[in-house]
Design a protein around this ligand. Structure first.
Ligand code: ASP
Ligand code: MG
Length: 299
């Protein structure tokens, strides 16, 4: 066993970290949590993954507009970093992000020359949003006096991707988590983990597929043997029916995994059943909660 302690995993999606004020809000939620050990899985800032996909596609069809989009993306991150981190820390992070943008620009230039985007280029580039977002949140938590370290999930999570989906290599991932952990003997109580990204067995950057951060939360819940997983989103929880069709639909306090799967089957906006599987196998309770109403218990 890697971590014998009692971890709680929290996942925040893109709308929860859309801009500096939302990052502050999320940091406030984390700082006020009662548990000692928390792993926070975070998505890219909202719209960033879409933009990254778009710039790759534009470069491949030789649309110069990709350069403007890239410049906007860089500026959006620069603003978030300078607003959320103290100056010296901000400079360090901006330097790292600048290096990433140089890589991104190089790959896009190659894409331009080749007039096509490889899957590898797409997998590498679309994951950067989470890499930046996790470092911004971790840096901001530190600035608020919450000792935090960030984890690049590409160093830990090993998956195989095939036409039938994503398969986690649990043994390899647990092994890498152990290595990551032992390189940090003084591990802070809060870890911010990149959602969505992973590595292939031979070490290439890959992703869990669009909207993969819930899956990341469930996987890290399993790897850390977490007590609970909280999915922080923009709805109050799970409703008994679609409130637009059924006016007296109510918010459910709780439901079983089976009931959740049934609701998902009928199209409810709960977590995707496949996404929950790692948590279900280990019977880890999943809480669906509203980032904007943290006092509500959710479902
Ligand atoms: N940022 C990724 C996406 O937009 C993953 C996620 O947010 O769950 O698909
Ligand atoms: Mg998203």
């Amino acid at each position: 066993m890697v971590f014998v302690d009692h971890w709680v995993v929290h996942k925040f999606g893109g709308t929860s970290v859309a801009d500096p004020s939302r990052y502050r809000h999320v940091a406030g939620i984390i700082a006020n949590r009662p548990e000692r050990l928390r792993a926070v899985v975070v998505s890219a800032m909202s719209g960033v993954t879409d933009t990254l996909v778009k710039v790759v596609e534009m470069a491949a069809r030789r649309d110069r507009g990709y350069l403007d989009l890239l410049a906007q993306l860089r500026e959006r991150h620069r603003i978030a970093v300078t607003e959320l981190l103290p100056p010296t820390r901000a400079d360090e992070l901006l330097e790292r992000i600048e290096r990433d943008f140089t890589d991104v620009a190089d790959v896009l230039h190659a894409t331009w020359l080749l007039r096509s985007a490889s899957d590898r280029a797409m997998d590498l580039l679309t994951g950067f949003g989470e890499v930046w977002s996790a470092q911004i949140l971790a840096g901001h938590l530190e600035a608020r006096g919450v000792p935090t370290v960030w984890m690049d999930a590409r160093e830990v999570l090993v998956v195989r991707r095939s036409t039938s989906g994503v398969e986690v290599d649990w043994a390899a991932s647990a092994d890498r988590l152990r290595t990551w952990r032992s390189a940090r003997p003084e591990l802070p109580d809060t870890i911010v983990i990149t959602g969505y990204v992973a590595s292939t067995p031979d070490g290439l950057a890959t992703t869990l597929g669009r909207n993969g951060s819930d899956f990341s939360a469930s996987i890290f819940g399993a790897l850390l043997e977490a007590e609970e997983i909280h999915i922080w989103t923009d709805v109050d929880g799970v409703m008994s029916a679609n409130p637009r069709l059924v006016p007296d639909a109510v918010l459910l306090d709780e439901l079983s995994y089976d009931e959740a799967m049934e609701l998902a089957y009928f199209g409810a906006r709960v977590i995707h059943p496949g996404t929950m599987a790692p948590a279900v196998t280990r019977a880890i309770p999943i809480f669906i909660r509203n980032t904007f109403k943290p006092e509500n218990p959710g479902t």
